[in-house]
Design a protein around this ligand. Structure first.
Ligand code: SAM
Ligand code: SF4
Length: 322
């Protein structure tokens, strides 16, 4: 669907739970959050109905997210059902990796088109500091399992934080011999992210170039998201950057989000959108019209660098889905 500013909205992030097995410092408070009551989380059948409506509007690429999506039962079956909707182009998933090893075979069997694994460090102590859980060994088992699946579209996503140069280097090095994409994400000042010290793409790029040589951008854009990609000399895999703060990409934004309770968010930074859960007893046409109307009001851009934001997002990232 084309929005009021001519942007083609063809991608949605579906949060299927607000619960998580980790407590990343930039995402969730140590004590966790008040989970949504079960009855407020959309059932899979409700999600699939909404997805059929999204597809009818040209939103054909789906990312399953959370909280941590793999803590909800039935993700593989949901993936399979989503893939069977006529017109769906891709279904991918973003995970913290804790339960990935166990669930990967079922996800592959269901036809998942790609996995994003969020991982900021390969050091067990720093992983614990960052996530408040001693779960690196399980995550690395998940990573190994995913690396072992031939042809799997696997991306590692690292949120770049100040003082973590050695982590960036060790993560990037995974792409040296393996056909995997390692992406560095600029921390966004949303929710708990507002209390952390971010790093820019330029800082990460400088550290990578010092260690591994010149980063060369690919001539043609790869993927259809906000990331841009480079090669490093002798590396089999790619290096990517998602730099919402230093290199805004709102003019090319192609996405909307659905929270676990069924709120359609049209911009990460604002609470504007439509409460689709309130319309579930209405006919499809009513929901379709609400989606169109909300996308019609999609904000032009975020204001991450501005102190005064009207109607700004008050939820934390785990409640939004990233
Ligand atoms: N639990 C899953 C995971 O970690 O992949 C899915 C949900 S998580 C909210 C999605 C992504 O958002 C993760 O890659 C995480 O690192 C990222 N994220 C969380 N808080 C962020 C922030 N303040 N700025 C940038 N990225 C953030
Ligand atoms: Fe959980 Fe993902 Fe947030 Fe970390 S980033 S607390 S894994 S939802």
């Amino acid at each position: 669907m084309i929005d009021a500013l001519g942007r083609n909205i063809d991608y949605i992030r579906l949060s299927i739970t607000d619960r998580c097995s980790l407590r990343c410092t930039y995402c969730m408070p140590a004590e966790g959050v008040q989970w949504l009551p079960h009855e407020r989380i959309l059932r899979y059948e409700e999600l699939l109905r909404l997805c059929r409506i999204f597809v009818s509007l040209g939103i054909t690429k789906f990312k399953i997210t959370g909280g941590e999506p793999l803590v909800r039962k039935g993700v593989a079956d949901f993936t399979r059902a989503l893939k069977q909707i006529d017109g769906v182009q891709s279904v991918t998933l973003t995970t913290n990796g804790v339960d990935l090893k166990a669930q990967l075979p079922a996800l592959i069997d269901a036809g998942i088109d790609g996995i994003n694994l969020s991982l900021d460090t390969l050091d067990r102590t720093r992983f614990f500091e960052r996530t408040r859980r001693d779960a690196l060994p399980q995550v690395l088992q998940g990573l190994d399992a995913a690396l072992g699946v031939p042809g799997l579209n696997l991306k590692l996503n690292c949120v770049a934080m100040a003082g973590a140069e050695s982590d960036w280097l060790s993560l990037a090095e995974i792409a040296k011999d393996q056909n995997v994409t390692v992406r560095f994400i600029e921390l966004m000042p949303i929710g708990m992210g507002q209390g952390s010290v971010p790093c820019t793409e330029a800082e990460v790029a400088a550290a990578l170039e010092k260690a591994y040589g010149k980063l060369t951008p690919y001539d043609t854009p790869l993927g259809n998201g906000p990331a841009h990609y480079c090669s490093l000399p002798g590396f089999v895999g790619k290096i990517g950057f998602i730099s919402a703060v230093s290199h805004g990409f709102c003019d090319r934004c192609n996405r909307v989000r659905l929270t676990a309770s069924g709120y359609l968010k049209t911009c990460l930074q604002y609470e504007t959108g439509a409460d689709l859960s309130a319309l579930l007893s209405e006919p499809d046409e009513t929901i379709r019209a609400a989606v169109q109307e909300a996308i019609g009001r999609k904000p032009a851009s975020h204001q991450f660098q501005s102190a005064a934001v009207q109607n700004g997002e008050t939820h934390i990232m785990s409640q939004i889905g990233g």
